[in-house]
Design a protein around this ligand. Structure first.
Ligand SMILES: *Cc1c(COP(=O)(O)O)cnc(C)c1O
Length: 271
């Protein structure tokens, strides 16, 4: 790893121990629910300091590589100061004007999971083309399975198909990896209680429909499903999720956005 930019990041060893323990516990639950399938665990580090990420990245037992962020500015700052082989996931609401800078300034951006319009896809594609030596950037189309107006995402059906076709036909520096949903909180509580989550049922159905419709473009490649968070990731995996995005169960409760700093102020020298 590059030590140059990370040497100034102070890691508290007690905090590191807690984080590693929490991540290992989540990992074990993921493995148990996955029952032999490969499921990617994205540690959602939004509003958590860079030192938390570094602690999990450099711990020899966990070596966590995949981290998820929700705010473009915060992700750009963290990516700048953390090792260049971290695999970053952008999972938050994304404005079109942030797409190009995000893709062009972060070569180690692994996946953008919150694409819900052709315009955003085109902007990301244009940003990624500035890195001619990199493979295409992975994309999840965010689908609004719950129909809540507060949630972003495409409507299942024609809108989702059109976006998928646009990416496949017009955005060669993007790779359509799969579909993502957040889902309704009430349904997530149902999942925690052991019931099937309707949002996850819908996302699965949407995946089957798209694979059928895009057979000539996709060949027999499958689209993956990104569904499941702290409250419901085990249920999501049992329903076929390929990726879970877990934040508070690993990092604890998040501060308010206005109280957050990427780099904690060093307290030395204070009297
Ligand atoms: C914050 C966030 C998560 C993680 O949520 P937790 O409940 O803290 O695990 C997952 N996915 C998205 C899109 C998020 O914004």
């Amino acid at each position: 790893m590059s030590t140059q930019s990370t040497t100034s990041i102070q890691i508290d060893s007690m905090r590191a121990k807690d984080l590693v323990g929490a991540l290992q516990a989540v990992s074990q639950r993921v493995i148990k629910s996955a029952n032999g399938r490969n499921v990617r665990l994205v540690a959602v580090s939004k509003l958590k300091p860079a030192s938390d990420i570094l602690a999990l990245y450099q711990d020899p037992e966990v070596r966590q590589m995949h981290f998820g962020e929700n705010y473009a500015q915060e992700l750009m700052e963290k990516a700048e100061m953390l090792p260049k082989d971290v695999k970053w996931h952008f999972i938050g609401g994304l404005q079109s004007n942030k797409c190009k800078p995000l893709a062009s300034t972060i070569p180690n951006l692994f996946c953008v999971s919150s694409i819900d319009s052709p315009k955003k896809a085109t902007q990301l594609h244009l940003g990624r083309t500035t890195h001619t030596n990199l493979p295409p950037l992975n994309i999840h189309i965010q689908v609004n399975t719950s129909g809540e107006s507060s949630k972003s995402g495409t409507t299942p059906g024609a809108e989702t198909s059109e976006l998928a076709k646009h990416i496949l036909a017009n955005c060669p520096s993007l790779h359509l990896l799969g579909l993502m949903t957040i889902g309704a909180i009430a349904r997530s509580k149902e999942t925690a209680a052991g019931n099937e989550n309707e949002d996850f049922v819908l996302l699965k159905r949407e995946r089957e429909r798209l694979e059928e419709e895009l057979r000539s473009e996709l060949g027999d490649r499958r689209l993956e499903l990104s569904m499941g968070m702290s409250e419901d990731f085990e249920g999501a995996i049992k329903m076929g999720s390929d990726e879970v995005r877990v934040g508070s169960t690993i990092f604890g409760v998040r501060p308010k956005k206005e109280d957050f700093k990427v780099k904690k102020e060093v307290e030395f020298g204070k009297s």
